[in-house]
Ligand binder design. Structure first.
Ligand SMILES: [Zn+2]
Length: 377
C-alpha cells in the first residue's frame, strides 16, 4: 500500500532562502508554461503536450542560467502539475460540473511546494540534504516504511516548512483477527454514536480554536490591502487554521484507531451532507471537513490493519425505523432526540437507534453478498 509521511523541517536562513528561491523559479516556470499553452491554443487552436513542454526544459536552462541549479525532476514536476490541472479542468468540463475554473496563473503566495523523485536528495537519521539547496534538520517521529517514491518540500502559510515522503510497498500491519462488527451513525449532536451505544462528542476545544480563528479573520479583513499589518494578520490566520487542523486530526486519528483496534467490520452510513449542515454545534467548514477526513482515515487505517469498512448506502428511514421491531415511525422530526416506537413501545435514543439500524442493514447486505458468491461458485 501507499503511505505519506509528513515531518516538520528546520534549516538556517541561507538554506530556507534557497528553497524559497526554488519555489519562486518553479512558480515562474508554471506561469510561463501555462502562458505557452494558452498562446498556442489562441494562435492555431492546437495544444502542446506535457511531453513536448518537458523536452523544452534544456532550452529554458540555456536561456535562463538560474534554472540550472534546480533539479531536472523538480522542473519536470512543475510541468506535470500544470498538466494535471489541465486534465482536471477538461474532465470537469466534460462532466458538466457547475462552474469550472480554467487553470490559473499562480500569484506570490499560491505556489508552495516542489517535488523531487529518486535523485537529488539524501536522508539519514537526522538530516535531509537536497542537492544545491543544503541540509534540513528533521525528527523522524514515525519511522518511514516502504520505498520512498517522491519527496515534497512545502512552505505553509504560517511560514513553517515541511517534507512529505510518499512511499510505495508499505507493509500492512495486520491486527489480530476480530469477528465483531459495529455500526456507526454520524450524529447530529455528537460526533458519532455507535451500535453499542457509545457516544463520541466533538471536543470542546474545537469551539475555542474556532472562535480564535474567527476573531483573527475579522482582524485581517480590517487591515488595509498590501500593508504590513495585513501580512502579519494573514500569518496569524494561517496559524489559527493550522491549530484547528491539528486538533481535528489528532481527535480523528484517536477515534478511528479505537474502532479499528476493536472491530473487524465497521459499517457506516454513506456521508449525509444535509445531516452535517444540521450540526449546529460546529461551523459547517469544520464539521464537513471532519466527516470527510474521518471516513478517509478509517478506510485507510482499515486497509492497513486488515479490517473492513463498508459504507451503507443512505437509506431514508434509518432514524425512523425501530431497530427492535422494524416498524417505520413516520411522524418523527429531527427534534425528537428520544422517541417511543408506536408499534412495540420501546423507547429509543435517536442516534443510537440509527447506529443499530446501520449495523443490521450492513450485516444483511454482507450475507446477501456471501450467498451470491456461494451460488456463483
Ligand atoms: Zn418497534
Amino acid at each position: 500500500m501507499r503511505k505519506t509521511y509528513k515531518y516538520r523541517i528546520y534549516a538556517n536562513r541561507e538554506v530556507l532562502g534557497k528553497a524559497g528561491r526554488w519555489l519562486l523559479l518553479c512558480r515562474r516556470l508554471y506561469n510561463v508554461a501555462l502562458e505557452q499553452r494558452i498562446t498556442i491554443y489562441r494562435q492555431d487552436k492546437s495544444t502542446i503536450s506535457c511531453y513536448s513542454q518537458i523536452n523544452q526544459l534544456p532550452d529554458l536552462k540555456a536561456g535562463f542560467p538560474e534554472y540550472r541549479e534546480v533539479g531536472s525532476q523538480v522542473l519536470q514536476g512543475v510541468i506535470e502539475r500544470l498538466d494535471r490541472a489541465y486534465k482536471a479542468f477538461f474532465r470537469r468540463v466534460r462532466n458538466g460540473d457547475g462552474k469550472v475554473g480554467f487553470p490559473r496563473f499562480k500569484g506570490r503566495d499560491r505556489y508552495d511546494s516542489f517535488t523531487l523523485k529518486q535523485a537529488g536528495w539524501r536522508l539519514d537519521s537526522k538530516y535531509l540534504s537536497i542537492r544545491n539547496i543544503g541540509r534540513f534538520k528533521l525528527k523522524l517521529s514515525r519511522q518511514i516504511a516502504g520505498d520512498i517514491k517522491t519527496v515534497t518540500i512545502r512552505r505553509e502559510a504560517t511560514g513553517k516548512w515541511y517534507v512529505c515522503f510518499s512511499c510505495d510497498n508499505v507493509p500492512a500491519r495486520v491486527l489480530e483477527k476480530s469477528n465483531s462488527s459495529i455500526g456507526i451513525d454520524v450524529g447530529i449532536k455528537s460526533f458519532l454514536v455507535d451500535s453499542v451505544g457509545n457516544k463520541v462528542d466533538n471536543p470542546a476545544y474545537f469551539r475555542q480554536s474556532e472562535k480564535l480563528l474567527r476573531r483573527r479573520q475579522r482582524r485581517l479583513c480590517r487591515r488595509v490591502k498590501g500593508s504590513n499589518g495585513r501580512r502579519q494578520a494573514r500569518v496569524l490566520v494561517a496559524k489559527a487554521h493550522e491549530k484547528v487542523k491539528n486538533q481535528r486530526n489528532d481527535f480523528l486519528h484517536k477515534v478511528a484507531n479505537q474502532y479499528i483496534a476493536q472491530y473487524g467490520v465497521i459499517f457506516i452510513e454513506d456521508l449525509n451532507i444535509n445531516g452535517m449542515v444540521r450540526n449546529h454545534h460546529l461551523s459547517k467548514s469544520i464539521a464537513d471537513s471532519s466527516w470527510g477526513k474521518f471516513f478517509e482515515l478509517l478506510s485507510y487505517k482499515a486497509e492497513e490493519a486488515g479490517r473492513v469498512v463498508t459504507r451503507i448506502p443512505r437509506f431514508e428511514p434509518s432514524s425512523k425505523t425501530c431497530s427492535d421491531c422494524g416498524a417505520v415511525n413516520k411522524d418523527l422530526t429531527l427534534n425528537d432526540r428520544q422517541w417511543v416506537c408506536q408499534a412495540c413501545g420501546v423507547l429509543h435514543d435517536r442516534d443510537y437507534n440509527a447506529a443499530k439500524n446501520i449495523l443490521q442493514v450492513g450485516q444483511t447486505c454482507q450475507e446477501v453478498t456471501y450467498e451470491n458468491a456461494q451460488s456463483v461458485s
